[in-house]
Design a binder for this molecule. Structure first.
Ligand code: G6P
Length: 615
C-alpha cells in the first residue's frame, strides 16, 4: 500500500509529482502530499487528507517552484488518515523530508530512543521515526545523507521503500528499499522515482528496479549510483525497457477504470493466450514451465498461495491441476501460510499467484517455501515486480495495467494461465489425452470472442442491477469450478457496493446459511450445465421454496432453470473447466452497475487499496 513518487531534473517537479500521485492513487487514497525544494532553497511540504485532488486544491497559490521533489499517496497503517499523519514527514529541524511505503516494525523502540535524545514527534506514524533517525545519525556522526540513510537501514526492522531529500542539497534524492517496490526512471538529464512504473512511462521507458537492501543515490545531472546498504559496495545497474503504453493507463472514454477493464477482457485474454497455444491447438507453450519440466514431472504436490481475488483464481487452479495433471493441490491464504508451520518438501512446487506481484503476505509465503526447499513459481501481472523477481520461474498473465481496485481482467488472466499450465503439465505427464487437450486448448482460444458476446448483454445486466440495488444482503452460490466464481462474485459486490454478500458452495447452504433466506435476500446462483447441474437445480428449488429470489447464470438454451429462477443470464457453452471465465463477466457487471447505482466510488472503494504491501 501507499505510493511514492520522486523527481529530479530541470522541469517543475510539482507537476510530475501530482501526475504520478494520480497514477499511484490505486495504492491508497487516505491522504497525499508533496515535498519540493523551491528555487529559493526552501523545503516546502504540502499535504492533505483525502485524494490527490484535495492536495491540488490545498496547494493552489502556494510556492510550487523547484525541480526536485518527493511525494506520497497513503493507505493508513499507523495513525488515522489526517493531514498530520500524511507524508512527507519533516525531520525535527525541518531540514530533511521523507516519504515511505511499508511498515517499520521496531518503530516504538526507535521512537523511545530518539525521544531520549530530545526528539519529539508530531504524527502517530512509524514513518516519522525514520526521518528523525536519519537526521539524528547525520547530525551526531556529521555524515552525508547517504551515510545516514545507510546506517538507518541497518537499525530499521520492517518493510520500506523510502525517498529522502535534504534542503541543504537540492541536487540529490536518496532512495532505499527493503520488501517494498521502487523503480527509478532514467530520462535525459532527469530521474524519476516511483513505487511502480506507471508514473514514469510518459517520460521515459528506461527503468532500473531497485533490489532489496539497495540504496540509490540520484544526483542531478550525474550518473545514477546504486549501493548495497550493508557492504556499501556499488551494485551493477541493469536498465530495463518498459513495454507499457500511456493509453493503457487512461480510461479511454469509459466512466470508470473498472468498466474499461471489464470490457477489455476479450483483448487482454487474447494477449494472454497469444503465442502460447500452437496454431493447430495441439500444444501449449509456456517457457517458464517447459524450462523446468523435470520439476513439474516430479512434483509431489502443488501449493498455491494468494490473497483476495487471486485466491479465488487459485481455487480454480486446484481443480485444473487435479483434473489434468493428477497432482494434489492445496490452496492457502498467503497470510495464513506464512505464519503456519507448513510441511513443505523438496518435491513441492509453490505457486505464488498475484496480480501486483507485490502483496506482502504472498511474497513472505513464497520466501518461506523457498527456504524449505520448494521450487517457487510466480504467476503475476506486473512485470518486474517483487514476486517474479523472487521466484525460480514463472509466467506473466499479460493483461496490462489493472487500475480499478476491484480486480477483473487479472482474475480472468490468472484462470487462463492456470488452464494453459494444467494442459501443458498434463501433456508432459501424459495425464491428459490429446483429444481433451485439443478440445480445451481450442476452447481457450474461443474465450475472447465468447466474452465479447456476453459483454453485448450489458444492458440486460444493467437493468437487473436496478432491481437489486437496494438489497442489504446477497448470497452467491456455485459448485465445482464455479464455487470459486461464487466467492469472487460476492467479493466484487462487497468491495465496490458495500453490500454484504456471501459466497457459498450451493449444497453446503443447507447446513446453516439457508436460514437467512427470505424474500429480501436475493441469491445469485451459477447453474451452468456441468457435472453437478442437476444438484444445483435442486439447490435453486430449495431457495425458491423459502421465498428467495434467484438470479441464475445458466448455459445458453437452458429451459429448466429458466422456468424456476426469477431472472436468468445466459453464457455460451464451453469446456467445463473454462466456465469460470464466462460466468465471471455477468458477475463483474452486476457488481459494477449496482455500485454505480448506489453512487459508490467504483475505482477506489473505501478502506481498500490495490497493492497490499503491508500485513
Ligand atoms: C487487494 C486487492 C485485490 C487483490 C488482492 C491480492 O486486496 O484489492 O483486488 O485481489 O489485494 O492482490 P494481488 O496483487 O496479490 O493479486
Amino acid at each position: 500500500m501507499c505510493g511514492i513518487v520522486g523527481y529530479i531534473g530541470s522541469k517543475r517537479a510539482y507537476d510530475i509529482l501530482i501526475q504520478g500521485l494520480h497514477r499511484l492513487e490505486y495504492r491508497g487514497y487516505d491522504s497525499s502530499g508533496v515535498a519540493m525544494i523551491s528555487e529559493s532553497g526552501e523545503l516546502n511540504i504540502y499535504k492533505s487528507k483525502g485524494k490527490v485532488e484535495a492536495l491540488e486544491h490545498f496547494a493552489q497559490n502556494k510556492d510550487l517552484s523547484g525541480a526536485i521533489g518527493i511525494a506520497h499517496t497513503r493507505w493508513a497503517t499507523h495513525g488515522e488518515p489526517n493531514d498530520i499523519n500524511a507524508h512527507p514527514h519533516y525531520s525535527q529541524s525541518g531540514r530533511i523530508a521523507l516519504v515511505h511505503n511499508g511498515t517499520i516494525e521496531n518503530y516504538t523502540v526507535l521512537k523511545e530512543a530518539l525521544t531520549q535524545h530530545g526528539y519529539s514527534f508530531v504524527s502517530q506514524t512509524d514513518t516519522e521515526v525514520a526521518v528523525q533517525l536519519i537526521e539524528y545519525i547525520m547530525l551526531t556522526n556529521n555524515c552525508s545523507l547517504f551515510d545516514a540513510v545507510a546506517e538507518a537501514t541497518k537499525r530499521i526492522v520492517g518493510a520500506y521503500a523510502i525517498a529522502v531529500v535534504d534542503r541543504q542539497n537540492p541536487n540529490q534524492i536518496i532512495a532505499a528499499r527493503q520488501s517494498s517496490p521502487l523503480v527509478i526512471g532514467v530520462g535525459e538529464g532527469e530521474y524519476f522515482l516511483a513505487s511502480d512504473a506507471t508514473p514514469i512511462i510518459e517520460y521515459t521507458n528506461k527503468v532500473v528496479y531497485l533490489n532489496d537492501g539497495e540504496i540509490a543515490v540520484i544526483n542531478r545531472g550525474e550518473e545514477l549510483k546504486v549501493y548495497d546498504a550493508k557492504s556499501a559496495e556499488c551494485s551493477k545497474i541493469e536498465i530495463t525497457e518498459l513495454q507499457m503504453s500511456i493509453e493503457q493507463l487512461e480510461k479511454g472514454g469509459y466512466p470508470h477504470f473498472m468498466l474499461k477493464e471489464i470490457f477489455e477482457q476479450p483483448r487482454t485474454l487474447a494477449d494472454c493466450i497469444s503465442g502460447r497455444i500452437s496454431a493447430d491447438g495441439k500444444s501449449v507453450v509456456l517457457s517458464g514451465v517447459i524450462e523446468h519440466k523435470e520439476r513439474f514431472l516430479n512434483a509431489g504436490r502443488i501449493i498455491i498461495v494468494a490473497c483476495g481475488t487471486s485466491w479465488h483464481a487459485a481455487l480454480i487452479g486446484k481443480h485444473l491441476f487435479e483434473d489434468y495433471c493428477r497432482i494434489p493441490v492445496v490452496v492457502e491464504y498467503a497470510s495464513e501460510f506464512r505464519y503456519s508451520n507448513p510441511v513443505v518438501g523438496k518435491n513441492d512446487i509453490l505457486i505464488a499467484l498475484s496480480q501486483s506481484g507485490e502483496t506482502a503476505d504472498t511474497l513472505a509465503a513464497l520466501e518461506l517455501a523457498k527456504a524449505k526447499g520448494a521450487f517457487v513459481f510466480g504467476i503475476c501481472n506486473v512485470i518486474g515486480s517483487s514476486i517474479p523477481r523472487a521466484t525460480d520461474s514463472g509466467c506473466y498473465i499479460h493483461v496490462g495495467p489493472e487500475i480499478g481496485v476491484a480486480s477483473t481482467k487479472a482474475f480472468t488472466g490468472q484462470v487462463t494461465v492456470l488452464a494453459m499450465m494444467s494442459l501443458l503439465i498434463g501433456q508432459m505427464k501424459g495425464t491428459v489425452d490429446q483429444q481433451t487437450l485439443a478440445t480445451v486448448a481450442s476452447d481457450i482460444r474461443r474465450v475472447p470472442a465468447l466474452i465479447d458476446d456476453i459483454l453485448g448483454m450489458h444492458e440486460q445486466i444493467e437493468d437487473l442491477a436496478k432491481i437489486f440495488t437496494y438489497a442489504h444482503n446477497f448470497l452467491y452460490l456455485g459448485r465445482g469450478y464455479n464455487y470459486p466464481s461464487a466467492l469472487e462474485g460476492a467479493l466484487k459486490l462487497k468491495e465496490i457496493s458495500y453490500i454484504h454478500a456471501e459466497g457459498y458452495p450451493a449444497a453446503e447452504m443447507k447446513h446453516g446459511t439457508i436460514a437467512l433466506i427470505d424474500n429480501d435476500m436475493p441469491s445469485v446462483v451459477i447453474a451452468i450445465k456441468d457435472n453437478v447441474y442437476d444438484k444445483t437445480v435442486n439447490n435453486i428449488q430449495q431457495v425458491k421454496a423459502r421465498g428467495g429470489k434467484v438470479v441464475a447464470i445458466v448455459t445458453e438454451g437452458d429451459t429448466i432453470v429458466r422456468d424456476m429462477a426469477d431472472y436468468v443470464i445466459e453464457v455460451p457453452e464451453i469446456s467445463e473447466c473454462l466456465t469460470p471465465l464466462l460466468t465471471a463477466i455477468p458477475l463483474q457487471l452486476l457488481a459494477y452497475y449496482i455500485a454505480v447505482n448506489k453512487g459508490r466510488n467504483v475505482d477506489q472503494p473505501r478502506n481498500l487499496a490495490k497493492s497490499v504491501t503491508v500485513e
